[in-house]
Ligand binder design. Structure first.
Ligand code: C2E
Ligand code: MG
Ligand code: MG
Ligand code: MG
Length: 278
């Protein structure tokens, strides 16, 4: 009967949901263990200054290598870590590791190299962020001017005093901010006025098809103009081919990242990348 069928359908969905929750629960437990056992790695993707075609720094990206040589999708790890609160511990580890590695490159003869670290909004709402950042800087010896924090629009539209106050005290230390994945979040751009960012990262969804589809060109052009009028520098994410690189340079984009130059590399390979570029 229809009623029975309905019940079976419900049971089917319910089983699927249970399975999904079990999978998430298991993954979360594995993330906890991985953090304890030091299984996470930070890789670094070169950030290229387009005018001078020089490496200006790197973005730190979380990697979790598996025994079979594969990696678990970092976005999935981050999402679960956020949901469980584990992001505070994981995020502190990321900050410390990134500062240590960057300080090492600077001491190896690349004194201008900067590092960018992605932050989750949860880290801002916790209240210990400033302390965690200061700790990472102090223990590594990295100057605050070499650290950039990448924030998403979802954090910036939260104009609670608490978030604003942390942004300004971190800014006062000399740390800079980039707005990540720009263009994918919110249409309310009011936060750009209040908040003191130094760069804007154009999301890769606008960049990846730039050289093949003319549809995205006006959009990227407009974003670059907007950034310029606000005295923000622009960084394009996800540049994969030379035509896109040339077009971005022509549009006045300041810097870029993407597979055209390199995917994210382990720290020692990034050192070699810096040495080769010289
Ligand atoms: P994101 O910060 O926007 O990082 C850019 C993503 O684009 C990275 O993916 C990078 O590997 C990828 N990418 C770079 N160049 C290219 C390209 O030319 N083509 C394509 N198709 N992709 C490219 P990834 O490493 O998978 O990271 C995904 C997201 O996970 C990041 O997006 C960031 O939001 C988050 N994430 C990664 N590491 C961390 C971390 O340490 N902390 C936090 N809070 N989030 C992180
Ligand atoms: Mg980022
Ligand atoms: Mg991004
Ligand atoms: Mg992105």
């Amino acid at each position: 009967s229809a009623k029975e069928q309905g019940r079976n359908t419900w049971r089917f969905y319910s089983d699927v949901m249970d399975q999904a929750n079990t999978d998430k629960f298991n993954l979360l437990q594995r993330i906890r263990d991985a953090l304890k056992n030091n299984e996470f790695k930070l890789y670094y993707q070169p950030k290229i200054d387009l005018q001078h075609q020089q490496v200006q720094g790197a973005e730190a990206l979380l990697r979790w290598p598996q025994n079979d040589g594969s990696f678990i999708n970092p976005a999935e790890v981050i999402e679960l870590a956020e949901y469980s609160g584990l992001i505070l511990e994981l995020g502190a580890w990321v900050l410390q590791q990134a500062c240590n590695d960057c300080q090492q490159w600077r001491q190896l003869g690349f004194p201008d190299v900067k590092v960018a670290v992605n932050l989750s909004p949860i880290q801002f709402r916790d209240g210990r962020l400033e302390h965690t950042v200061l700790d990472a800087l102090r223990q590594s010896g990295l100057p605050p001017s070499a650290l950039e924090l990448e924030l998403t629009e979802s954090l910036l539209i939260d104009n609670s005093d608490f978030v604003q106050q942390q942004l300004s005290s971190l800014g006062a230390l000399g740390i800079s901010f980039a707005i990540d994945d720009f263009g994918t979040g919110y249409s309310n751009l009011g936060y750009l006025r209040q908040f003191n960012a130094s760069s804007l990262k154009v999301d890769k969804s606008f960049i990846s098809s730039l050289s093949i589809s003319l549809r995205d060109e006006p959009l990227v052009r407009a974003i670059i103009q907007l950034a310029k009028s606000l005295e923000l520098s622009t960084v394009a994410e996800g540049v994969e081919d030379d035509a896109t690189f040339q077009l971005l340079k022509q549009l006045g984009c300041d810097a870029a990242q993407g597979y055209l130059w390199s995917a994210a590399l382990p720290p020692d390979q990034f050192t070699r990348y810096l040495q080769k570029q010289r």
